[in-house]
Design a protein around this ligand. Structure first.
Ligand code: NDP
Length: 253
């Protein structure tokens, strides 16, 4: 079987799994963070869990970049896309886990394993297309580059700002929750998730690739139901929770 056929199978499997996950997460919140609970197998320190899950995105993408076709990897667009990917994932894997607050929180090993499998497949789908199986990456003064880059940058900034606001809600070893204010929390409960979705939609437009499209759909399928669970949790937990806030999309959802 050719690698292209394998790639298509992985793409379709991700799409099918993403649809199933989207439906399932409206009924079962993924058991980490505030939704952590027993019954999901052995536990693992949360900060190390984030490092293990997310580092495969950064390192896998880099590995497939290095193994790629020189005409793709040496192009200015190919290098720019590597930098953009790593701007998100090198931070998420190697810095974010150790700046989170919440003391010695744990997460189920099963969540770490699922995150790792997803991130490995996702790095493959994105990097192999860009650096081997697809056309030579090309960016320029055209709508998909401009719109894609603008969305990627806006999503990145919203995500980082929202995560920084959450971090400041706790002292280093504290585990409790407070109502976040400021930034896009004025309108929604989960601007970090909105930022993440916008960022990867921007990436999909920028790369115009099947891997990018699958990743953007997966991100929305994963985070929209979780934003709804967080939003309901806030409303139940804090009687004074701002009534006008929505879960993830201002004024709509
Ligand atoms: P959360 O918003 O649930 O939590 C982020 C951090 O802030 C955690 O350390 C959490 O602590 C803490 N926190 C959250 N709310 C409060 C509050 N009200 N008061 C005090 N502390 C709070 O995000 P996730 O952990 O789910 O995700 C982390 C990042 O990873 C986000 O940027 C997200 O976008 C990204 N992500 C991306 C995914 C994708 O599919 N691309 C999938 C999942 C996450 P605690 O852990 O104790 O709850």
């Amino acid at each position: 079987m050719s690698e292209r056929a394998v790639y298509d199978i992985v793409c379709l499997s991700f799409l099918g799994a993403g649809a199933a996950v989207f439906v399932a997460l409206f009924f079962i919140a993924a058991p980490y963070g505030r939704h952590f609970r027993g019954g999901w197998g052995p536990k693992f320190p949360a900060s190390w869990g984030w490092l293990v899950m997310e580092s495969v995105s950064s390192l896998g993408f880099l590995g497939w970049y290095l193994a790629g076709e020189p005409s793709h990897t040496g192009s200015a667009a190919g290098i720019a896309l590597l930098i953009l990917w790593q701007a998100h994932y090198a931070h998420r894997a190697f810095i974010y886990p150790f700046t989170r607050r919440g003391g010695r929180r744990e997460m189920p090993l099963s969540v770490v394993a699922m995150g790792l499998a997803f991130n490995l497949g996702n790095a493959y789908l994105n990097a192999r297309w860009l650096y081997e199986l697809g056309p030579v990456p090309a960016l320029g003064l055209n709508p998909h580059t401009v719109i894609g880059l603008a969305l990627y940058a806006a999503g990145y900034l919203v995500n980082r700002q929202a995560d920084a606001i959450l971090r400041e809600l706790r002292r280093p070893e504290e585990q409790g929750y407070r109502i976040p204010y400021g930034g896009a929390y004025r309108w929604i409960s989960c601007p970090n998730y909105l930022g993440e979705c916008v960022e990867w939609i921007g990436w999909a437009i920028l790369t115009w690739s099947p891997g990018g499209a699958v990743f953007a759909l997966w991100t929305v399928a994963n985070l929209a139901p979780r934003a709804r669970s967080h939003h309901r949790w806030y409303q139940k937990t804090f009687p004074d929770y701002p009534r006008e806030r929505r879960a993830m999309v201002p004024f709509i959802f």
